[in-house]
Design a binder for this molecule. Structure first.
Ligand SMILES: CC(=O)N[C@H]1[C@@H](OP(=O)(O)OP(=O)(O)OC[C@H]2O[C@@H](n3ccc(=O)[nH]c3=O)[C@H](O)[C@@H]2O)O[C@H](CO)[C@@H](O)[C@@H]1O
Ligand SMILES: C=C(OP(=O)(O)O)C(=O)O
Length: 430
């Protein structure tokens, strides 16, 4: 498939209603966890994006049937599966290939996985996955591929060395199949971890503490099939709040999953962007102050990411672009990934007033008028952040490598054009 380029004519006001897709980072562990049961599973509201398509291919390669019965409805039936040699190229396309470890280990007693891929946003350790599997009774060998073996998984009191999202998800799936009680302490509690736990409960698992940092699982569960709807993507909602703000546009984000938006709304409020809630819709008015709130005493404020329920790392790039359009100075502190902030060079070239202090911290002084420019999308969220910058800028921008954006955001150019944006999607010339 040729690489994709977006050509964006900026400076246009948008308006209207948009609905977020299902959460990519829920859909991925849930598709993988569908391999845990030999009964059919129907998933609705699945984002039809490159990452989910790749994981579906991987599920088929181990013997499951997986069919898209509607655009966003996926039926998976893992009646018989084998932990066959998985295609290294497919595994390297997505971070989520590591999520096959839990279900395949539980079903087959062993699995050898080529290393996972995913966004290149800094070192992405897997040690927490290994620690959890070992405590649940598996042996782990990590060479050119990752080998997991367990003739029988055993419930255990597991303390994760950090609240890793995908490690919590792998451990949770393995614990459902393990004999006895498992405590997962220092567990991640992101909305997608909760969504996975709710899916496992719908299959018949016994899980307590969903949404907290101690998850308790009674195993082994006798699992059936289910129909399950993936929850809205809170990161996409945050991206749309940023889009509305930088284009000074009134947007209604329908069925936004408002119960998970507290820390995200609080982050944007620090930038002077206040959203209203009407039922499950989020309303972003166009008349925002866009004035950064200083800390008490006039001190320079900061916005930092942390594990849930704090402001999510996946929205830091969006928040940086948004801050370039706000009045004031703010320190943006990306605590989790080492390479996620380097994309700010693109914003500086467009006229953004940003000082990159080190790989984790940037100071943004706004507002600045952005000018259209050519850019390359390094990862999903930086790509989306640059799309926001391009839609807000004066003139035309080109975004190369927009495939990265499409790893995470479904039909994004079509959906933003329906709000009044002017984005042309073309196969890039090589
Ligand atoms: C498929 C999927 O779901 N991917 C998400 C998942 O990736 P993933 O599960 O790979 O991310 P992890 O939660 O393992 O960790 C992300 C990074 O944060 C660091 N870390 C983590 C916890 C902590 O308390 N301190 C700390 O510094 C880790 O060392 C690592 O460098 O979670 C990330 C963090 O929300 C998101 O960016 C990814 O979109
Ligand atoms: C980092 C992300 O994805 P992945 O972990 O799949 O690379 C993301 O969704 O922002």
């Amino acid at each position: 498939m040729p690489p994709i380029q977006y050509i964006v004519e900026g400076g246009r006001r948008l308006s209207g209603t948009i609905e977020p897709s299902g959460n990519k980072n829920s859909a991925l562990p849930i598709i993988a966890a569908a391999l845990l049961t030999e009964h059919p599973v129907t998933l609705t509201n699945v984002p039809r994006i490159r990452d989910t398509e790749t994981l579906v291919e991987l599920c088929r390669s181990v013997g499951a049937t997986a069919e898209w019965t509607e655009r966003n409805t996926l039926q998976i039936h893992a009646k018989e599966i084998r932990a066959a040699d998985l295609d290294p190229a497919l595994c390297a396309r997505i971070r989520a290939s590591i999520l096959l470890a839990g279900p395949l280990l539980a079903r087959c007693g062993e699995v050898a996985l080529p290393p996972p891929g995913g966004d290149v946003i800094g070192r992405r350790r897997l040690d927490t996955h290994f620690l959890a599997f070992e405590q649940l009774g598996a042996t782990v060998t990590a060479t050119h591929r990752l080998e997991f073996r367990a003739s029988r998984l055993k419930g255990a009191d597991v303390f994760l060395d950090e609240p890793s999202v995908t490690a919590t998800e792998n451990a949770l799936v393995a614990a459902v199949a393990a004999r006895g009680t498992t405590y997962l302490r220092n567990a991640a509690s992101e909305p997608h971890v909760q969504d996975l736990a709710n899916f496992l409960v719908a299959l018949g698992a016994k899980i307590e503490g969903i949404g907290t940092n101690t998850i308790i699982v009674q195993g082994p569960a006798t699992l059936g099939g289910t129909t399950f709807a993936i929850q809205p993507d809170h990161i996409e909602v945050g991206s749309l709040i940023g889009l509305a703000a930088v284009t000074r546009s009134p947007l209604r984000i329908a069925r936004a999953g408002v119960e998970h938006l507290r820390s995200i709304r609080m982050g944007f409020e620090r930038l002077g962007i206040v959203c209203g809630v009407e039922g499950d819709d989020l309303v972003v008015p166009s008349n925002q102050t866009m004035k950064i709130h200083d800390d008490f005493g006039g001190h320079v404020p900061k916005l930092e990411d942390q594990p849930w329920p704090a402001f999510p790392a996946d929205l830091m790039s969006i928040a940086i672009v948004t801050a370039t359009q706000c009045d004031g100075v703010i320190l943006m502190h990306e605590k989790m990934f080492e390479s996620r902030m380097f994309f700010v060079d693109n914003l500086i070239a467009m006229g953004g007033r940003i000082v990159l202090c080190d790989p984790h911290r940037a100071i943004v002084a706004g507002p600045s008028r952005l000018r259209g420019a050519p850019m390359n999308s390094p990862d999903i969220r930086a790509g989306m952040a640059m799309l926001l910058a391009a839609v807000c800028a004066n003139g035309t921008s080109t975004i190369n490598n927009a495939d990265q954006i499409e790893r995470g955001y479904e039909r994004i150019e079509e959906r933003l054009n329906a709000l009044g944006a002017k984005i042309k999607r073309i196969p890039a010339r090589s």
